[in-house]
Write a protein that binds this ligand. Structure first.
Ligand code: SF4
Ligand code: SF4
Length: 81
């Protein structure tokens, strides 16, 4: 498994992401965005702004149809194979 974006609490596996944008629409804190909206890149990816505003509601994780998002709650460190 390749993890591209690892933020404070949110892991997004870009290999799985199909860019349906459901996570963006589901986030009450409005901190998930498409990267190309910021960087004007041709290939978009989901990224997070102001990660400190995430309150671990897990809405993004639940709504993702391909299980590309994991919300890490109350964990100091993470590892991936
Ligand atoms: S866990 Fe909740 S607040 Fe945090 S990024 Fe996901 S939807 Fe937004
Ligand atoms: S809900 Fe999942 S598949 Fe859809 S854009 Fe977000 S991370 Fe990608």
């Amino acid at each position: 498994m390749r993890l591209i974006n690892i933020y404070q609490k949110i892991l997004i596996n870009q290999d799985l992401c199909i860019q349906c944008l459901k996570c963006i629409r589901s986030c009450p804190a409005e901190i998930l965005v498409k990267e190309d909206d910021i960087l004007k890149q041709q290939k978009g990816s989901i990224t997070i702004i102001n990660p400190e505003r995430c309150f671990e509601c897990r809405a993004c994780e639940i709504v993702c149809p391909v299980l590309a998002i994991s919300v890490i709650c109350a964990v100091d460190s993470i590892s991936a194979p």
